[in-house]
Design a protein around this ligand. Sequence first.
Ligand code: S3P
Length: 423
Amino acid sequence: MAKIKTLRSASDKSISHRLAIISSISKKKVIIKNYLFAEDTVNTTKALTELSVDIKIENSDVVVNPKGKYVLKEPNDILDFGNSGTGIRLLSGVLSGCDFFCVVSGDSSLTKRPMMRIIEPLSRMGASFMYRKGGYAPLAVHGKSGLSGIEYSSNIASAQVKSAVLLAGLFSDEPVCVREPVKSRNHTENMLRYFGVDVEEKGLSVCLGKNREPYGDFELSVPADISSSAFFMVLAAVKKELEIVLTDVCLNDTRSGILDVFDQCGINYEIKNKKVESNELIGDIVVKHTNSLKPFKIDKELLPSLIDEIPILSILGIFCDGVSVIKDASELRKKESDRIKAICKNLNAVGVKTEEFEDGFKIYPNSEYNLKNAYIDTFGDHRIAMSFKVLEAVCGLEFEFSETHSIKTSYPGFFDHLNYIMS
Ligand code: S3P
């Protein structure tokens, strides 16, 4: 008989960042339940406090008492976003519409990640930026009240770029539209609409309408993150005699590409208790151990909807009955680490054959019995660390990790949850 475990994974990181930011420039009070208290999202609330927003934690809720979008104040010091690309890029959008000087920066990973992708459109809208050679943080931003409009056609499918432009667009009266090559996560659009802003999504374009004042005056709850749930979804699929029920997961179809991969593999899963809450689809995912797994293929159409799940899906690839392929994925080299390199290096270390190319890689199958103990270099990347912790647990191996504290950037309760599932 399979053991059945029920788990609510960490709250959604993307939704938490956005709720903190959008609530802070709204007109009325917002109470955020189930906010993700992880390093990345706490850095965002700290930055908002330094911008003079009244944002507090009360009984584990985040309570924001905003005064509209024009009252953020120049901070006294550098805003430090730690490891968070979402925090620095989205808030740079807001800062572009604020008439003061501000420096934004982060840790040794964040200061290596490309920022030209936001500097370019935000400068076209009228903000001034100074930055390190090549467009790296620290960035100095001098915003401007009354930004120009923009018709921006992005050559990458990036929700961070799209969101930075849309948030800056709240500080403009002119037409603001963003077009992307493949649709990326649309939480900003859903949330702005929930806050009463006019947002129109037409195919691959998103445009702001006339009303650009987020309102607020409600309480809402952050669902569980499918990217955090993914570690346990894969664990359940490959671990014998296990069934895991992941509850309250955000199933937004711009995020749920992992379910498409599960379909390709023939994994036994079910979605239950679907409902819509604050414009997001939520439900429970039940995953059961599946014996024979077909290999999967991920290409440019699917990639944005599972971009953060590639490390754990690479672990899934080990257990498939054939070669799995990930292509059109050069963006993976620009994440918290160069994930193509980090995944291939560590898979090779444990005895899995890979073939690396510039924009992707192939994973050759293996079985848990042929894997070996190894040194795992996480490259300081939370998702690499969690993925190999799952592999270690599934196979009963003992890897030596370069570090695991990076896990706190997105999933502080990860070890407790892993212990509970394995108990
Ligand atoms: C995020 C968008 C994605 C994702 C990141 C979170 C967001 O990044 O990888 O973890 O919350 O908007 P890109 O926009 O760079 O693809």
